[in-house]
Design a protein around this ligand. Structure first.
Ligand code: HXC
Length: 260
């Protein structure tokens, strides 16, 4: 399907790539862009031939935030009644893993969008930040909460209250991104597609279960999370892929997943 503000492609078996494509505004996340992103992500989630997603922007900007020009004249009653930004969380309801491949600016809503993904890979050029304080507001797309989970309270307070940006290296040192992909290794998008292809080669049921239980670690208490993990683990013994995976190991051969 043709979209106006995003591009979609299938760069590897089982992998879908979504590229934010609003170059003139550094991929500022206007409402029509987000609607298209939600539509594409939902379509890939429902497409059986897709088992992992990669989300990226341009070299210069993953996304420079929510669209400030679109927001600037909004009134409280409008944003409250319209549940402004609530639709952004659709991304977190997707069953399949989403890898963010971040180059350039990932600021405000752009940083929040990356944090909604399951894995973040950064190019050495990636610049993260929650600069909302500089325009008289605070993060509204989950930044204060997800950043606190990812990098801790003190750093989150510093980032949210001073509005200063932080580098790819800082993000890696703080555990917010999996790693910085060195330039000599090629593009961060290629690295993300490669990682997505590895995930796509596994049992889809196990991958979905794995994503769900890791997310539980951020949503419930340790006690509940541990019980949930064990129960989901138990439930995988009802799948053909568990039988196949363990038999293949015992028979010293490669498993053939049926995703059932
Ligand atoms: C609307 C934006 C934009 C944004 C950039 N542009 N960011 N438009 N909303 N968030 C537009 C600029 O207006 C400009 O348009 C064009 O993109 C190029 O940007 P420049 O500023 O000319 O580029 P540069 O000098 O290289 O500076 C890059 C930048 C700067 C440092 C990223 O653009 C910037 O500070 N942007 C805003 C970052 C920010 O505050 N983000 C948080 C937004 S608030 P023209 O037409 O002039 O060429 C937010 C709220 C989140 O995200 C809460 C809910 C999610």
């Amino acid at each position: 399907k043709q979209y106006e503000f995003i591009l979609t492609s299938r760069p590897a078996d089982g992998v879908a790539l979504i590229t934010l494509n609003r170059p003139k505004a550094l991929n500022a996340l206007c409402t029509p862009l987000f609607n298209e992103l939600n539509e594409a992500v939902k379509a890939f989630d429902n497409d059986d031939s897709v088992r992992a997603l990669v989300l990226t922007g341009s070299e210069r900007a993953f996304a420079a935030g929510a669209d400030i020009k679109e927001m600037k004249d909004k009134e409280f009653s409008e944003v409250f009644k319209g549940k402004f930004l609530e639709s952004w969380s659709l991304l977190t309801t997707i069953r399949k893993p989403i890898i963010a491949a971040v180059s350039g600016y990932a600021l405000g809503g752009g940083c929040e969008l990356a944090l909604m993904c399951d894995i973040i890979l950064a190019s050495p050029t990636a610049t993260f930040g929650q600069p909302e304080i500089n325009i008289g507001v605070i993060p509204g797309g989950g930044g204060s909460q997800r950043l606190a989970h990812a990098i801790g309270k003190s750093r989150t307070m510093e980032i949210v209250l001073t509005g200063r940006n932080f580098s790819a290296q800082e993000a890696a040192d703080w555990g917010m991104v999996s790693r910085v992909v060195p330039a000599e290794e090629g593009s961060v998008v290629d690295a993300a597609v490669k990682m997505a292809a590895v995930i796509a080669s596994k049992s889809q049921i196990a991958v979905q279960a794995g994503k769900e239980v890791v997310n539980a670690a951020y949503e419930q208490s340790l006690q509940e999370g541990l019980r949930y993990e064990r129960r989901v683990f138990h439930s995988l013994f009802a799948t053909k892929d568990q039988k196949e995976g363990m038999s293949a190991f015992a028979e010293k051969r490669k498993p053939t997943w049926t995703h059932s």
